[in-house]
Design a protein around this ligand. Structure first.
Ligand SMILES: [Mg+2]
Length: 246
């Protein structure tokens, strides 16, 4: 069975909503935290905790307006429909926050894609106008703190040995999971990473590109041609290492 895992920020949305939200409400210091995190000087959890702390005193109304202005790639809803028609299970994996992911998906009429991410509780202050950002991290990996929500673990937990894992992403938090995916769709920073690491990938700009490629792979499968829909050897070895505790 084919299973598709999709990054949210910058992949489904047109910009990185998490980064933009923290910089908008927490100020430039959040940009510094993000750089420190990317440089490996802060764990993801420490970075989120600092960013959330910097956002204290945000007005609920301002947050709502900001989130309701966020846009998704216009081809995503059609891709979602395609996956449903083809009965391909698809999931969102994000090292962002559920509060905005849920709101943005709902704003676009999407309520039926499972998503796995960090939790952000919005706590109203006594004046009932200002809010506190209270993050929590239910999906940390016990041995790795590069991400707060471990995409690899979700992906491997939701797939069997003979499933074909498709991963769609663009950025930093996609670097780890693509190592375990059989078919990778990459753009931007992730594309460069895949080139550097010799991970084979399809370049995409929109979800229409991905749909076309998937249609081609599926039609090859029906005609039993040798095609790209097979397990990737390097991904199988990487997965085996995880289960062996390597
Ligand atoms: Mg992203």
């Amino acid at each position: 069975m084919i299973k598709i895992f999709i990054d949210f920020d910058g992949t489904i949305t047109t910009q990185d909503v998490g980064d933009a939200m923290f910089i908008s409400f927490g100020g430039d210091i959040c940009n510094k935290y993000i750089q420190e995190y990317r440089a490996g000087n802060l764990t993801a959890v420490d970075c989120f905790n600092l960013e959330c702390h910097a956002c204290k005193g945000t007005l609920q109304a301002d947050l709502d307006i900001f989130l309701d202005r966020q846009t998704i790639n216009s081809t995503f809803t059609d891709f979602h429909r395609f996956c449903k028609e083809q009965e391909i299970p698809h999931f969102i994996l994000s090292d962002g926050m559920d509060y905005y992911i849920k709101r943005i998906l709902e704003n676009n009429g999407i309520t039926d894609i499972p998503f796995f991410t960090n939790h952000l509780e919005i706590v109203p202050l006594e004046n009932e106008i200002e809010i506190l950002f209270k993050p929590s991290f239910p999906f940390l990996d016990e041995n790795c703190n590069r991400c707060a929500c471990c995409k690899r673990n979700h992906m491997l937990a939701r797939t069997a040995d003979d499933d074909i894992i498709v991963y769609i992403g663009e950025g930093y938090s996609d670097r780890c999971p693509v190592r375990y995916a059989d078919i990778v769709f990459a753009k931007d920073e992730l594309l460069t990473y895949c080139q550097q690491e010799n991970i084979s990938f399809f370049e995409y700009r929109t979800f229409s590109d991905i749909k076309s490629r998937m249609q081609m792979l599926l039609s090859h499968k029906q005609s039993k041609k040798n095609n790209g829909l097979h397990k990737r050897r390097q991904a199988q070895l990487a997965t085996r290492d995880v289960y062996l505790g390597g």
